[in-house]
Design a protein around this ligand. Sequence first.
Ligand SMILES: NC(=O)c1ccc[n+]([C@@H]2O[C@H](COP(=O)([O-])OP(=O)(O)OC[C@H]3O[C@@H](n4cnc5c(N)ncnc54)[C@H](O)[C@@H]3O)[C@@H](O)[C@H]2O)c1
Length: 381
Amino acid sequence: MSARRTLRIAMNGVTGRMGHRQHLVRSVLALREQGGLDLGDGTRLWPEPVLVGRSEDRLKELAGRYGLDRWTTALDTVLSDPSVDVYFDAQATSAREPALRKAIAAGKHVYCEKPVACDWGGALDLAGRAAAAGVKNGVVQDKLFLPGIRKLKRLLDGGFFGRVLSVRGEFGYWVFEGDWQPAQRPSWNYRDPDAGITADMFPHWEYVLRELFGPVRSVQAHVTTHIPHRWDESGKPYRAAADDAAYAIMELEGGVVAQLNSSWTVRVHRDELLEFQVDGTEGSAVAGLRRCRAQHRSATPKPVWDPDVPADDDFRAQWQEVPGNEAFGNAFKVQWELFLRHVVLDEPWPYDLRAGARGVRLATLARTSAREGRRMAWSAT
Ligand SMILES: NC(=O)c1ccc[n+]([C@@H]2O[C@H](COP(=O)([O-])OP(=O)(O)OC[C@H]3O[C@@H](n4cnc5c(N)ncnc54)[C@H](O)[C@@H]3O)[C@@H](O)[C@H]2O)c1
């Protein structure tokens, strides 16, 4: 039997959607269900969560539900506990920066949801503090570990596309206003002007584009609030101060053009809530969260524009499903495993707070572009 090495993780925001479902249940508790993380040296890493939050009742209920014995509403106390190794943050975005700053000052390794902070200065400051303190640090970049994106990356690595010309991303769905049907997202995302769709989604676009196609070198965006009035969790009307749609064109280093629509005010006529179409000289692909379909140059049909003739081509049927060829785990759990290995084995880890700050920077550039009506350059330095 292998030896067990315990790592205590203070998890803040576990009563929230992401903190609960993705990070606590599907990542940390899932790791415990599989007997811990095999470190390959005869030991298994055993994550021991300490639930942190604002509501004693809800934490107690969660702890009871999952058979956990440690929970607290006192962040300072948990951070001063020397047996706590890691601080994880999935709180509402506005609460993250001050909590991370405290955790870094207390010498904890830190891991957190995106965006790492509300503005670029704050995000860079956190990255600098973590580096100076010598603590391991990281940000969630879950989209990189999704099956659809992994298949797309495999096509890129195999040279399938030839020269990539463009990337079209469609993300979104209708988020109910909250009057006659409850909204399916928390109201702080619409109330807080710093928590709109640009701040929320552009950190994802930054790392997906960088890792797959190259870093963003310029952005031009139109950002808007299509639905100005919404109703909150208790049915009370409020003014939506945050943007709910962002339409952006980005140029990447190397010349690829990326066009991304992000919207909580769109009805889905797609196969998945997020899809990227990539067109290259040798082939094209459409990747979603799980699926990826490709069409090679040799199998590309030749449509002819003639609106007087009924369109009976089944265009979707002309694409080939890219096979999985491997078992993909939950994207958040896969990244947790890499982070934990980085913490205890010092394995390479590119998803640090500096990477997180780049995501905040792209969101900031997009919002500035929209506000000032101009194209923003992102210099390579
Ligand atoms: N990686 C992803 O795909 C992804 C998806 C959705 C959200 N997120 C990120 O995860 C974080 C949490 O989002 P969520 O959708 O789980 O939110 P949520 O509202 O469901 O949960 C927020 C959590 O933060 C706590 N909290 C602390 N201070 C708060 C405050 N001042 N106002 C509101 N809540 C506060 C809440 O108690 C709760 O536990 C956000 O930063 C968001 O950007 C990431």
